[in-house]
Design a protein. Sequence first.
Length: 325
Amino acid sequence: MKFGGMLGALFVVAVFLGWPVAASAQKYPDHAVRMIVAYPPGGTLDTLSRIVAQKLSETWGQSVLVENRPGASGNIGAVAAAHAPADGYTLHFGAQSLAVNVTIAPYAGFDPVKDFDPVILVATAQDVLMVPSNSPFESVPALIAYAKAHPGELNYASLGVGSSGHLATTMFGDLAGIRLQHVPYTTLSQASTDLISGRISLWIATLGGQLGTITAGKVRALAVSGSARATELPAVPTFKELGIGFVDETSWFGLFVPRGTPKPIIQKVNNDVARIIAMPDVGEKGATLGLRVFGGAPDRLASMLRSEITKWADVAKLDSSLVAK
């Protein structure tokens, strides 16, 4: 066979072999898609996932069903998603726990970098430092000054060892040069109740879940994370304004699929979600949740996941309770 003929034959074979993937991507999705969320209903991640799922359902003409699979600090849902068929019909709406758990709660046989293909970084969430409304602390510098003079006297809430609040406060304490007492909770409502009553001295939590209690005057917001003030709390300074080199955000949310999902399907989901998070109504809803929507190529989320694993491994060294035994 002549060289030109060989090239032609190879081209035909390549097209033939690639056709099933291309065709499946063109008709994707042709039935319901499930979106696994590794946390219970009602939180910021769950609310955001349902907004995106509803918009995808409208875009695709197929149901996108949110499936809450909480447990093991987010590992239960993540493992279920990672081990699903790599056909595009299982999405995982993941959070920073994917990066955190590598250090503090490793799960046998699961690696978020090796077992997932990233799709798109959807949003990051601002954090807010709160104190009870009757707290003597009117500012972060006042709180820091007291904590330095009374090491270990002030306590703080979190939603468990290794939660974003625990990590954020560990980082804040290190940056501020203060020692605080950790009080982990299992439910957001109990932590909120104890902060309001004054049994808890301070709490760094995701802004979206706390706006109601802040605007109602039940607690006092002293600072928010991020490079700019929160839209809903324009009078509250950022940590950076106060001279504290706090991270921009400790909470982030992105879409992943099982490793090996066809690239054309990944790109389609990326394109469609990017259009959704650019919609004005989605942006407005995100602002009320304390979110900043992002988007971008899959590589952006992949890079963020890797950098977050490194960052939280370094933070975990500040608190021995964060390192898996």
